[in-house]
Design a protein around this ligand. Structure first.
Ligand code: WQD
Length: 333
């Protein structure tokens, strides 16, 4: 089955492309390299030894999408293409809504024109805002997002719901990621944000490598086990496997609208992440406690039961695996 993977050269897109190719799917990639690198294509080929088609382009341009659907017998789409920095989204709301929402509108209308209605959409736990309860279930309240990045994901989820209400032959799976970290065991692909990393684990890896002086821990006065923020970290390869499971479900069901949390169900604090990274990699990570980062929340971790029951998905990598693989990637690149 031919699957269009938008944002294929990105962190999660590239890991998912590897899993799809290794499972025997045919992959057609699309990326505009706004937050990824062209050499990722070679690395995907090296890891999988499989061929795939690739188009350079931006989903803002309908023509590229029309060309791809005209030239390929696409049966499903996995849509990763989006900007994803919380902090940057506060500074550049327009760019985020144009890129993260308008491009999906283009994609959905070209899919409709071609009568292709199977899509897996990359959403985020940020749509829960500051959760009323943890662990978070898919039925937990959404909204109250604290930044345009999270709001853009919320908007697209609403668009997909309205689309399905208007035509229940759509076949949609919304995946809400918690905190993806780590890298493929080969060390060839991993998290490569442009500039200084906003996220915790890539920042720690750069401090360990000596590229950054020390880590700022954003606050230790949260209502958590040690006062620092608690999050549900999931290995990016587990996350990629979750996408294959979602495609398998859509292939079977043929129509429907499904929403799943993709997390481990376990929350770790910032200090636990630092200590575990130091232990498994036998390296020191200097840090200072500083004031809170605006928009951050105390605790966010998932109840992963629904994905386990309906997708037969369960994260298998441990926190030690995640942090070992994150360091292995940093050392190799
Ligand atoms: C984790 C914890 C920080 C950096 C965001 C998005 C989410 C997803 C992942 C896209 C928090 C603390 C961080 C640092 C720190 N993005 N921290 N020093 O904010 O939970 O989630 O990124 O898919 O949608 O919302 O991730 O890694 O930025 O922060 O102390 O230099 O680490 O306060 O407690 P976050 P994060």
């Amino acid at each position: 089955m031919k699957i269009l993977v938008t944002g294929m050269c990105g962190y999660i897109g590239s890991h998912t492309a590897v899993e799809l190719l290794e499972k025997g799917y045919e992959v057609i990639g699309l990326d505009n390299f706004s937050n990824s690198k062209k050499e990722v294509l070679e690395k995907i080929k090296k890891i999988t030894n499989k061929a795939f088609k690739f188009y350079e382009g931006d989903m803002i341009d309908r023509n590229i999408l029309e060309t791809i659907f005209k030239e390929n017998d696409i049966k499903a789409v996995i849509d990763f293409a989006a900007y994803k920095s919380v902090g940057e989204s506060v500074q550049k709301p327009l760019e985020y809504y144009i890129n993260n929402v308008s491009s999906v509108l283009n994609l959905l209308s070209v899919m409709k024109e071609n009568d292709i209605k199977t899509i897996v959409f990359s959403s985020s736990a940020t749509v829960y805002g500051n959760p009323e309860e943890v662990p978070i279930k898919e039925t937990s309240k959404i909204g109250g997002t604290t930044n345009p990045y999270g709001t853009s994901k919320l908007f697209v989820e609403k668009i997909l719901e309205d689309l399905y209400k208007s035509d229940d032959t759509w076949n949609i799976c919304i995946l809400r990621y918690f905190n993806p970290i780590g890298a493929h065991k080969s060390g060839l692909i991993g998290e490569e944000p442009n500039g200084i990393p906003a996220n915790l684990v890539p920042y720690i890896a750069k401090v360990a490598k000596g590229k950054l002086k020390s880590l700022n821990v954003f606050g230790n006065d949260y209502d958590t086990k040690d006062g620092t923020g608690v999050r549900d970290y999931i290995h990016v390869v587990d996350l990629a496997v979750g996408h294959v499971k979602a495609i398998e479900k859509l292939e079977k069901d043929k129509k429907g609208l499904h929403i799943y949390n993709l997390g481990t169900g376990t929350g770790y604090s910032v200090l636990e992440i630092i200590k575990t990274f130091e232990k498994v990699n036998n390296i020191k990570v200097p840090y200072n406690i500083v004031e809170r980062r605006s928009g951050d929340i105390d605790s966010c971790y998932s109840d992963p039961e629904k994905a386990k029951k309906e997708l037969n998905f369960k994260a298998k990598y441990t926190l030690e695996d995640m942090l070992k693989d994150a360091w292995n990637y940093e050392k190799n690149n």
